[in-house]
Design a protein around this ligand. Structure first.
Ligand code: ATP
Ligand code: MG
Length: 411
């Protein structure tokens, strides 16, 4: 079936006034960049909607890109007809006959947004429906549970007809709600947390802690691949690779085996907070899910989270693993996440990590490390390498974290 255009409906209907206009403008620019490969497409924005004129481009290609654009509530392939009744009837029949598989039942729904149109909705419903029925002997009407709903939308500039509504990714346009730093491990959860953060309109930068040579090059490559996949949704994503070997080794020697994970997580957050400060991120996102492991009990989250002042966002906190896995599969990160390479936290894992660490003891252990801890944290920040990933791959050679020139080029 050859469609004329795509009708895009925008999400978050609660947004009103000037914010609404900003919201819609941002979605349009995200859609344009997702579809930038095709110069044939033309765009038109009306209240709550965007029309994309296909000009011969295939709907399937547009669909494959559009379904991942945040802020899009749903979209439909459509044909556009003149107001003349004969033209609408022809267009409806052509559209219905072009469907594959051919539907057995249908119903017509008419919306008369343009009131001067001579036929009211009910009349129009009948006029179009009867014409389709007469010319398609196998087709029947079913108003309750039809195979296809033929929507007829009467607007001042013409009439739009469509038969399918495809759900969009929802949420807010990317970046509309600011920037956050994602703690990205090689596991299943954190890439999903990153996707959910982006869907809520947050631009993300990712930070990964590696303990080379205890962890392999492949473990880092895995995280790079995950970032690349996330860049399919987020455009360009900066990935900060933080050397964690010294800190981790030091904590393993602290004599408090059961607190190693707590100490490590706190240190990770502190480093992430410093990187966030440098890049203007106002929150830290993690893949924590309540009760999943010892470091994700309420007691642990409390002690771990207290070390930083930026808001900690945990999109998965109330979700079950199966739900998380389903999203991971859908967004295309699962396959990579289940590759075997160990990340730094699977090393040095104590036999019985604390599920309810004592804040005072943790702070005491840290104060014994004192200026040494501060030095190691600062060195880790200084030694951080930053790469930029796009969907197509690495977009710049590895560079030091906060070189000013880097800011100019990427944003
Ligand atoms: P994931 O599947 O995301 O690894 P997990 O269930 O394995 O999660 P943990 O290993 O306890 O959970 O990690 C909890 C969170 O801490 C992760 O979701 C991630 O946000 C962060 N994290 C853990 N290890 C690292 C790491 N090496 N680098 C960056 N962030 C990490
Ligand atoms: Mg993990």
């Amino acid at each position: 079936m050859k469609y004329d255009l795509v009708v895009v409906r925008l999400g978050e209907v609660t947004i009103k006034g000037r914010n609404r206009s900003k919201f819609e403008g941002m979605i349009l620019s995200r859609i344009r960049s997702a579809l930038a490969e095709s110069p044939r497409l033309e765009y038109e924005r009306t209240y709550g909607r965007i029309y994309i004129r296909l000009n011969g481009e295939s709907f399937e290609w547009v669909e494959s890109r559009l379904k991942d654009v945040f802020g899009v509530h749903s979209f439909s392939p459509a044909v556009r007809s003149e107001h003349a009744l004969e033209a609408v009837r022809d267009a409806a029949l052509k559209l219905m006959n072009g469907l594959d598989p051919a539907p057995r039942t249908f119903k017509v729904t008419v919306k008369r947004a343009w009131k001067p149109y001579p036929h009211d909705s009910q009349e129009m419903n009948h006029l179009v429906g009867a014409h389709v029925l007469r010319n398609t002997p196998a087709l029947k009407v079913d108003v309750r549970n039809p195979d296809v709903e033929l929507k007829v939308d009467i607007q001042p500039e013409g009439i739009y007809l469509s038969c399918a509504v495809i759900p969009g990714a929802g949420g807010f346009p990317l970046g509309m709600n600011g920037k956050a730093m994602l703690l990205l491990s090689g596991g299943i959860d954190s890439p999903v947390a990153g996707w959910m953060a982006m869907r809520k309109g947050l631009e993300i930068e990712a930070v990964h802690f590696h303990s080379y040579p205890f962890t392999s090059e492949q473990a880092t490559e895995k995280v790079i691949t995950l970032t690349q996949r996330l860049a399919h949704y987020g455009g360009k994503i900066k990935l900060h690779l933080v050397p964690f070997t010294e800190l981790q080794t030091r904590m393993a020697q602290s004599g408090h085996d059961h607190l190693i994970i707590t100490l490590m997580r706190r240190t990770m957050l502190r480093i992430a907070e410093r990187l966030a400060e440098k890049s203007g991120a106002l929150a830290i996102v993690t893949g924590d899910s309540l009760g999943q492991v010892a470091s994700q009990t309420l007691g642990s989250m409390n002690v771990i989270g207290r070390t930083v002042t930026l808001p900690l966002l945990r999109p998965l906190v109330m979700m079950d693993k199966q739900e998380i896995i389903r999203i991971a599969e859908r967004i295309g990160t699962y396959e990579t996440s289940i590759l075997p390479y160990e990340d730094c936290c699977t090393l040095f894992v104590p036999k019985s990590p604390a599920t309810n660490p004592n804040l005072r003891i943790v702070e005491k252990v840290e104060s014994v490390l004192g200026s040494d801890l501060e030095r190691m944290i600062e060195e880790a920040v200084q030694g951080t390498e930053t790469i930029v990933m796009t969907e197509a791959g690495r977009s710049a050679p590895r560079e030091a974290a906060a070189a000013p020139a880097e800011e100019d080029r990427w944003f």
